[in-house]
Write a protein that binds this ligand. Structure first.
Ligand code: NDP
Length: 346
């Protein structure tokens, strides 16, 4: 069985969804009440892959909402409790979705393996970052030509280049795609220099320096809402892949002629009878999902019960090849630009 741990996109949204699901007592509570609410297994689902493999899964809502991010102990407890529930339900492989994988890494939850009388077995969990990185790379490769960008002659900026997903994307783009130049953007210089050495290339730049030069930009850092980007400083055409969470770049560039694609999202080949992706506000919730969630499904289809994506900067090209091949075989495809957005800008 596969599992997905997720959360609502806001407190207001979570309350609305709780009312719909009949959890009235929680729905009416304030943020303090929600802070003490336990995780809920809200849905079971059966899925058959394009290759004919049959699996079962469950969606666990961690009852975390982004408004709790500043409450360090609450955020930590929410993620650990959801993981404990997944393990107690006997789920073989569970993906940590949305902010939960970031909380796991940034709040160092590896040191908190004991949750009451349960010792968490890390091999049952995956961040899903390998599949996310592979999907983002494929989204770039597939969509760039559709808007008139020849990647072999193009500069691609990776914002969040030293992160788990960003570093994997950089490895793929430099080894496999073969872009003309990689522009490496992050705040800390030391990891940037280490990445540059590993890649034997790439130019370290600030966001403000990189954007006017980039033909394509991959965003794999959660960016502050205040980040101010003047659309007129961007190249035309410019393809932006919004791989961060939350995905808010299309608002920044609405109507500016820059092509913005929601990154790290896949579509299954047929409808899945679940309601869980409505919580994540997917455009086609019966088919679309975060690539990290799909990684848990793929691992279950493949009977590969291991923490496939774990820790930081462990994503190899070999792992990306494996998950990419299995993704296609089982019926997932990377989200493309809508047809009306594909016309090259002249
Ligand atoms: P990491 O924490 O490993 O990496 C974050 C990267 O962003 C680092 O390189 C960091 O470097 C950089 N960064 C952070 N803030 C800034 C800033 N203000 N300016 C420039 N660079 C910055 O994160 P992950 O790789 O695990 O995840 C990256 C993003 O992808 C997250 O937003 C996550 O939510 C999202 N994600 C999306 C998924 C999907 O859509 N399917 C699935 C999983 C994750 P430094 O600190 O030096 O600046």
């Amino acid at each position: 069985m596969f599992g997905l741990i997720g959360h609502s996109t806001s407190f207001a949204d979570a309350r609305r969804k709780a009312l719909e699901l009949g959890y009235d007592h929680i729905a009416e509570g304030d943020l303090d009440v929600w802070c003490s609410a336990p995780p809920q297994l809200v849905e079971h689902v059966k899925v058959v892959s394009k290759a004919g493999n049959k699996i079962e899964g469950a969606y666990i809502d961690s009852c975390f909402v982004p408004e709790m991010l500043s409450r360090f102990k609450t955020a930590r407890r929410k993620v650990l409790n959801a993981m404990e529930l997944a393990q107690k339900k006997g789920i073989n492989i569970t993906a940590l979705g949305g902010f939960t994988s970031i909380i796991f890494e940034n709040f160092n939850l590896l040191e908190h393996r004991q949750v009451r009388n349960t010792t968490l077995d890390w091999s049952r969990f995956t961040t899903g970052n390998t599949h996310t990185a592979w999907v983002i790379c494929r989204q770039l490769e597939i969509n760039a030509p559709l808007v008139g960008i020849d990647l072999k002659k193009s500069k691609v900026a990776v914002v969040g280049a030293t992160g788990d997903i960003g570093s994997a994307v950089c490895r793929w783009l430099s080894e496999r795609t073969g872009v003309s130049e990689l522009l490496l953007v992050a705040r800390q210089q030391k990891p940037l220099l280490a990445l540059q050495e590993e890649l034997q290339g790439g130019r370290i730049m600030s966001i403000q320096e990189a954007l006017p030069e980039a033909d394509a930009v991959i965003w794999v850092a959660s960016l502050p809402k205040t980040l101010d980007i003047e659309p007129s400083m961007l190249r035309s055409p410019c393809l932006m892949i919004d791989g961060g969470y939350p995905k808010n770049l299309d608002e920044k560039f609405a109507g500016s002629g820059v092509h913005v694609l929601k990154g790290g999202i896949v579509e299954f080949f047929e409808d899945i009878g679940w309601g869980m992706m409505e919580l994540a506000e997917m455009e086609i919730p019966q088919r679309q999902m975060f690539a990290c969630f799909a990684e848990a499904m793929i691992l279950e289809f493949e009977k590969c019960h291991t923490n496939f994506s774990w820790g930081r900067n462990n994503i190899t090209l070999k792992k990306m090849d494996f998950i990419g091949r299995a993704s296609v075989e089982h019926g997932f495809s990377a989200l493309k630009l809508k047809p009306e957005l594909q016309t090259p800008v002249v």
